[in-house]
Design a protein. Sequence first.
Length: 151
Amino acid sequence: MKIRLLLATLTCALVAVTNVHAQAPAQKRQFETPLGDQMAKMSDALKALKGQAADASKNADSLKLIGTIRDAANASMKLDPAKKADIPAADQAKFVESYHEGLKNLVAQVGKVEAALKANDNAGAAKLLDEVDAAQKAGHKEYKQKKQKKA
Ligand code: HEM
């Protein structure tokens, strides 16, 4: 009987620990939205790209990372920022249109990095990533809520 109780306690403890670990990455996310998911994809790819853009031996992989960023940016065009809900109804269409412009600018900057990589200009590609950072910064300043509202 005691052994059964011990086994049950151990099982509960194991389940609790497993759950904490399963939830851990999600807790780091601020924007639990479909758009946040696309942004997280861009973020992971951009981080990897920054680490290897200067290395010509990684160009094939770097071009794949560019593709990931572009795909996520295009997918983001179909999703509205959470901040739209804070904008007066009459201004929302303009807000979304200008958000699309921000994403198009990002795609354009990423295209420049792609062209540099294809030309094997790795120093140029690494430098052009500053423009990608600038597009991100500008996009977040205008279209990201300061803090996500609690549901
Ligand atoms: C490569 C460039 C970019 C990267 C790496 C990036 C990364 C991120 C990350 C990590 C988040 C937080 C996601 C989360 O907490 O779950 C985020 C959120 C967000 N980003 Fe970006 N971002 C980029 C460019 C842009 C651009 C250009 C715009 C707008 C034109 C934009 C608009 C937003 C918005 C609106 C959110 C909040 C999500 C929501 O409202 O649901 N981002 N981004």
